[in-house]
Structures are given as C-alpha cells and as structure tokens.
Design a protein around this ligand. Structure first.
Ligand code: SAM
Length: 285
C-alpha cells in the first residue's frame, strides 16, 4: 500500500493514480466487508481509505458533507426525518444535526467498523453521532429501503463507488425504492463520480435516476482527494428544483452559514448552472 513513503490510489482501471506523502500509517484492519486504513499525510492530514480508495480527509471533508446536507435541507419545505445510507464517517450526520427543526436522523451503514474507526481518527466528523436524534443501523441500505414507504423527507446516499456491496445503490430499482420511501416533498442526494474519468458510466447512473424521479439535476464541487478532483453530485426530487430555495429558511441559514466552511446560499444558487460537458455526460443533452 505504501511505496517509499508514498500512498498511491490507483483508479480508472489502474491507468490513473494520485499520491500522498505519508507521515504515519495510523490504522489498518480487514473488516467483514472491506479493508480499512487510516493514514496521516503531509498534504491532506488524516486520510480514510476503504479497499485502498480515498474516502475522507481532514483537508476537504467539509465540502462534500456540507453540500450533501445543506442543499436539500434549504430546498425542502418540510424536513423532519432524514436518512443517510452509507456515510459511516459521520460527516453528513454532523451537518444535518446543525438544523434544530430536524427531529430524526437515521444512519444506515453496512460496516459498523467504519463508524468505530472514524470515531477514533475523525472525531470532528463523528461529533454528532451521539446526538439523541441520531439512530444508527448497521445494515445493508439496499435491503433496508425496500420496506420504507412515505417516511423520509431527505435521503442521502453517501456510498462508495458502484462496485461490490455498493453496486445496488446505483440501480433503477434502488432509486425507485428511495422514491417510495420519501414523502411527497422528498429529495434524494447522491455522489455521482467524476465525469472526466467516467470509470462507472455517469450517464447510466443519471438515466437510472430519471427512471425514478421527475426532477433530476446535477452539480459539481471540488474534492481534491477523489480521482481527478472534479466530483459530481445528484439532486433528485419529487417536486422542487435544486435552485428553489425555501424562502422560510433563508433567515435561519443566514446565521448558520457564517460558521460553515463551504456552503452559502449564493454558492447554492450558482451550483446548478453546469457546463455543456457536464450536461452531455449526464445525458441532459
Ligand atoms: N464520501 C465518500 C465517497 O464519496 O467515496 C463515501 C464515504 S462513506 C465512508 C461510504 C460508506 O458507504 C462506507 O462506509 C461503506 O461501508 C458504505 N456502504 C457501501 N455500500 C453500502 C450499502 N449497500 N449499505 C450501507 N452502507 C454502504
């Protein structure tokens, strides 16, 4: 894993690589589901790896976690109950917990060892996991969602890449189950990979989302630790477009956003103005 003091993540069929100079290999274990490693690096601080793939770093975790939580929250008309599938590092839970009107946050993470390792090495991400509104279920999100009907206002799919036990989380049947589990105003968020390297067929992922949701949009935010650094996110909704910010929430966010590191409502409004390349890659053209 570490060559001459450097960790290299290889992706895109082994034809693409990014590297980080390592200070210390802090943790390594094989869980029931995957290999879990934590590195301390010079450039991005602590780095969580699952099966040798970068997941979370001290440097830029806030970008991913803030956009996945605050964009759907600010559009939603009612947001009492939230579900996060995956997300065992706790970062998305942390961001939702900042909204006092949310009454319940369910975290469905297949591998509880990811949660335990994150508690030890990424306490700033797991800081809200003991919030009384948070319920943690160590189970497969693909199966869990099938029994849910009209229950959640927002569902965030914060998963690994579309392979192995995560592959089902990018299918039409899963997105249809998510649609059914959402309330009439419901919104789904998911991470949809890098369209430049396009290792997983971004167009196919969006075509599956469109088969389940009437409104499907995409935006991008920089994630320097992910292959190529250019990452996309999906916003799928039953009623509202991603730019339809709920005017009743502007005042609440105007206070909160001063303490946020990435998100603000101006950035939100601009995020959905995407390039022709991006539109073509997600099949919008
Ligand atoms: N932000 C990261 C990314 O975009 O690559 C993902 C971070 S989060 C740690 C991903 C989590 O999804 C992992 O902990 C993994 O165990 C979990 N996961 C993958 N497939 C799952 C499934 N079917 N049900 C529940 N959790 C799953």
């Amino acid at each position: 894993m570490i060559e001459n003091g450097w960790f290299y993540e290889r992706s895109y069929k082994g034809q693409f690589s990014m590297g980080w100079k390592v200070k210390k290999h802090l943790h390594s274990e094989q869980s029931k589901f995957q290999k879990i490693d934590v590195l301390d690096t010079h450039a991005v601080g602590r780095l969580l790896l699952l099966d040798g793939k970068t997941m979370v770093s001290n440097l830029d975790e806030f970008v991913y976690h803030e956009v996945m939580a605050h964009i759907p929250y600010m559009v939603s008309r009612t947001c009492k109950k939230v579900l996060i599938i995956g997300g065992g590092d706790g970062g998305v839970v942390r961001e939702f917990s900042k909204h006092t009107s949310i009454e319940r946050i369910d975290l469905v993470e297949i591998d509880e060892r990811v949660i335990e390792v994150s508690k030890e090495y990424f306490p700033e991400c797991t800081s809200a996991l003991d919030d009384p509104r948070v319920k943690i279920l160590a189970t497969d999100g693909f199966a869990f969602i099938k029994s849910k009907k009209d229950e959640y206002d927002i569902i965030v799919v914060d998963s690994t890449d579309p392979e192995d036990f995560a592959s089902g989380l990018f299918t039409e049947s899963f997105y249809t189950d998510v649609y059914n589990a959402l309330t009439d105003d419901g919104i789904m968020m998911n991470q949809t990979e890098n369209p430049f390297l396009d290792e997983w067929g971004v167009k196919n992922i969006y075509s599956n989302m469109r088969k389940a949701f009437p409104f499907v949009q995409s935006f991008t935010a920089p994630m320097s630790i992910y292959p190529g650094g250019f990452w996309t996110f999906g916003f799928s909704s039953k009623r509202h477009l991603g730019t339809h910010i709920n005017p009743k929430k502007i005042l609440e966010m105007s206070t909160l956003e001063r303490d946020l590191k990435w998100y603000n409502t101006d950035w939100h409004k601009g995020a959905f103005a995407i390039s022709n390349f991006h539109k073509k890659k997600i099949g919008q053209y």
